[in-house]
Design a protein around this ligand. Sequence first.
Ligand code: ADP
Ligand code: MG
Length: 392
Amino acid sequence: MRKRSLRDLPPEALDGQRALVRVDFNVPLKEGRVADDTRIRAAAPTVKYLRDKGARVVLLSHFGRPNGPDPTLSLKHIVRDVERVLGTPVEFIPDPAAGVAATRRLPRGGVALVENTRFWSGEEGNDPGFAETLAALGDFYVDDAFGSAHRAHASTEAVARLLKPAVAGFLMEKELRYLGDALATPRRPFVAVLGGAKISGKIDVIQALLPRVDEILVGGAMASTFFLAIGFQVGGSLVERDREEVAQSLIARAGAKLILPRGAVVAPSLARAAERRAVSSDRIPADCAIFDIDEATRLDFRARIVRAKTVFWNGPMGVFETPPFDAGTRAIAEAMVEAGKRGATTVVGGGDSAAAVAGFEDRLTHVSTGGGAALEFLEGKPLPGVAALEDA
Ligand code: ADP
Ligand code: MG
């Protein structure tokens, strides 16, 4: 079911209205400043559109995991960066219960940012009373926080049931289009690339993708658990020995769709990268661990990716944080860019995966900003923050 979007509201009707906009400004801080403003930039098109139409914009977000008010997790620390990205002054509202007057004083096109919603226990409790406090800050509701949509909190769920219209912002709309429609009715061949640290967190994603994809290419530490399941030794590699049976049943279900790495780059330890070498997957030395996919696998995966018309990728192929073990991950990013040039829809989801494709975003169709939410959505779980929005 398509959700009603900001685009569906008549632009004239926005003039002078207070837009209560849930964004995801849960950004990393370093020495008191925003270290990565991707999430703020991601919300900018929605804010700009609303300002251009004469709306007064009231932004809501959570920030970290405080237990009650916590000065280190105040959103006032990010006000200057929000002002820089949005190119306009931002008024800070320290207490939503006392904020109505401030929202009414905002000029047309003005912007305010409310304090960290998680300072109030009603937020995570999805409390209707707290949702009413939030709802009083706007005349309509826009949800642009896809990354928070898998949680039923007052600022994502209860408020959307109280304040109408309740519509999807542009970022939310894009996430739903590319993680939803593009992968539900994919242009074929549809290739999924899965990696990362653990198979356990991704079993449901694999199960959900299997019937839809033409191929699943597996890398990362996740591949090691599949290696165990087919009887290969994995030495000191990161592996989930208690998931061997799950891996076996996935292999049985997937048949020829599941493609494992031909070989790996191994080393005695991460620190001893100079001693790294490529070995075939059935020859992992007992005194080494897998830290990346090897060149043969990179070429194999690349050939499959560039043939595809839809590519979805979650999970790095190796320990990409520690070069030179980023080579496999980088090769997948480059292959996706190449597939895109040939007309494929290319979608990346997952927190570490998004970090791994930093610098490639412009050449990919969509890089999801929602880590956990993206995976839950792919598993087919309803996201409370999305469900609460009006249907189109
Ligand atoms: P995402 O956040 O995109 O869903 P994950 O959290 O599942 O991805 O996995 C990312 C982590 O997986 C990274 O920290 C990376 O170092 C780790 N990883 C990938 N391959 C390996 C490997 N062979 N050995 C150890 N860690 C790995
Ligand atoms: Mg992760």
